[in-house]
Write a protein that binds this ligand. Structure first.
Ligand SMILES: [Zn+2]
Length: 202
């Protein structure tokens, strides 16, 4: 029950955040602040054991995230070392990527196992994620991505959803398009990400 209490609380805080986010967004969008470098904090959790090649792929993916986010003058800071955690197969089997998923077992499990601070994103790498590469539920502070299929752009795309980029772009080269390999972040998208609760000043 507490998971849903905090989920609703998160949306209430999100609406209050706009009182200071809106001026910050406009300053950023109009490039009045010279786009100072900011930091995005993430925590990495992996479900199950990894092979050497999977581990090295994840490390490359994290470097790729940094390259993509550099377009927005954002540095990636990894708070938690890569850690593997035990999981229940029933949790993975209950994953869906849509509104109804909020009321599923996995939603509670990932919410409980994510980082305790609301402004840090936990990236869960999971094995065999059905037909998806990744999934995000706006209002939470976690995303789930497939260990074998997720690329840097997949993760930045899902982070974009958490940072209030809810709709998909029709331009294939854009990070928020799907399905595609687009990596470009527009000025509007950059300002939304930079003023979200997950991005802080250096
Ligand atoms: Zn999407």
């Amino acid at each position: 029950m507490s998971v849903y209490f905090f989920y609703i609380l998160s949306w209430l805080r999100w609406s209050f955040d706009w009182t200071h986010r809106l001026p910050a967004f406009l300053a950023d969008y109009l490039e009045l602040n010279f786009k100072q470098y900011k930091i995005l904090k993430v925590n990495i959790k992996i479900l199950g054991e990894l092979s050497e090649s999977q581990l090295s792929n994840i490390k490359d993916t994290l470097i790729d995230i940094s390259v993509i986010l550099d377009q927005c003058n954002i540095e990636l800071e990894i708070l938690g070392y890569i850690q593997t955690i035990k999981y229940d197969n029933n949790v993975l089997n209950s994953i869906t990527c849509g509104f109804s998923g909020i009321f599923s077992k996995f939603f509670i499990w990932f919410s409980k196992n994510s980082y305790h601070q609301r402004d840090v994103i936990t990236i869960f790498f999971i094995p065999n994620f059905k037909n998806f590469r990744g999934c995000a539920y706006p209002g939470t502070n976690w995303i789930i991505v497939d260990i074998n299929k997720a690329k840097g752009r997949t993760i930045v795309h899902e982070i974009g959803h958490l940072c209030d980029l809810w709709s998909h772009s029709k331009y294939a080269e854009n990070i928020m398009s799907t399905p595609s390999n687009g990596r470009k972040i527009s000025n509007f998208q950059s300002s939304m990400i930079r003023t979200s609760r997950f991005v802080t000043k250096k």
